[in-house]
Design a protein around this ligand. Sequence first.
Ligand code: URA
Length: 263
Amino acid sequence: MKPASKKDILQILNDQKEIFGDDLFITKDELLSKSKTEMVKEKKINYVVEKIETSKLNEEPVLFNVNNDKISAEKTDWQLAGTLDNLNKLICNCTKCKLHLGRNKFVFGSGNPDADVMVIGEGPGAEEDKQGLPFVGRAGMLLTDMLKAIKFERDDVYIGNIVKCRPPENRAPLPDEMDTCLPYLIKQIELINPKLILCLGLIAAKGLLKRKESLTQLRGKIFEYGSSKVIVTYHPAALLRNPHWKKPAWEDLKMFRKLYEQV
Ligand code: URA
């Protein structure tokens, strides 16, 4: 292969800058190692990213630091996704935490990408893992009814989870699994920009709001997450186990609807 000229390299850098802004990514193939070393020395580039074949778009790009060691990216492709579909394509083969080992399907989330209301659960269960969709099991049926009771159709809202792969034996996701997966949810929230978020259960509330209080302490209050207002209520699976909580959950839902009408 003919080595790239300095002019070619500058052209590549300018093209990359247009796409990525000041975080410059350049493919390994596109850069002569001599020029790369020079640019790294001059601090003109931070990372070198391996060329991503179209067929590999679902995989994370591999980044190298200035010493040519593989590193995790500060701004990878998925963070630059402009649509939910694109984000899903870029993250659906994620292997960042051990939950991927037991995954049948990655459960990205579903619903209206322009929703005013986002509903956040804990993580996929058996049925969700089978279908690749959130809240499609028994708890999901109850969630559909809960939403209907406050005049929302499932398709009006966007439904997501704190973790996108099923924890084994329906255990709660572990803190490191939640922390690893949370940036994906944050990106979803950024793309949807909902006015209101309903957190279902303590795991969802803790995961998103980083609060330490109990569910009882978190209920009945309005929190803020970026420009979205957040209300916390019981997880529908908890309501199936303990129907006595349905009455207080109904109070939360009415409060949520009232807030929706105000914002
Ligand atoms: N429980 C959750 O928290 N999320 C789902 O998607 C299904 C059940």
